[in-house]
Design a protein around this ligand. Structure first.
Ligand SMILES: [Zn+2]
Length: 129
């Protein structure tokens, strides 16, 4: 097992979508699909099961840093709901989907720092998923 990276290093590498261990290999194969192994250093990235954590933190961040300030814009309250609601939903969807890869990368980087890995021993239910 490779050594755990420092907290800030793992977090910043994850935010950039890079392997938390080497910082060179890409963490994601596609939009949110994590590479099973780092293409640069070969570390097993699949052992960090992020599950619903990134979605939870993305909603937390968007809810507090985007939705709350949005409520201070008078147009949100005074504009016609038939316009405000679709515009707000499209905007919030775009912001949420753009934050998600960064948050997932940072989450996996934090898991690498904590060495929070899935139990991959034979017979464990995580291997069957
Ligand atoms: Zn790597």
């Amino acid at each position: 097992m490779s050594q755990s990276p420092a907290f800030a290093t793992a977090l910043s590498r994850g935010l950039r979508g890079r392997c938390p261990h080497c910082g060179d290999g890409r963490m994601f194969q596609t939009y949110l699909k994590v590479n099973p192994t780092c293409p640069a250093c070969g570390v097993d990235l699949a052992r960090y099961p992020a599950d619903d954590g990134p979605a939870y933190f993305t909603m937390l961040i968007v809810g507090h840093m985007v939705i709350v300030p949005l409520l201070f814009i008078p147009w949100v309250w005074q504009g016609p709901p038939a316009v405000v609601i679709p515009v707000a939903l499209v905007f919030l969807t775009a912001v949420t989907l753009s934050f998600l890869p960064w948050v997932k990368g940072a989450f996996i980087g934090h898991m690498a720092y904590l060495r929070a890995t899935a139990d991959r021993t034979p017979g464990h239910t995580a291997d069957e998923a």
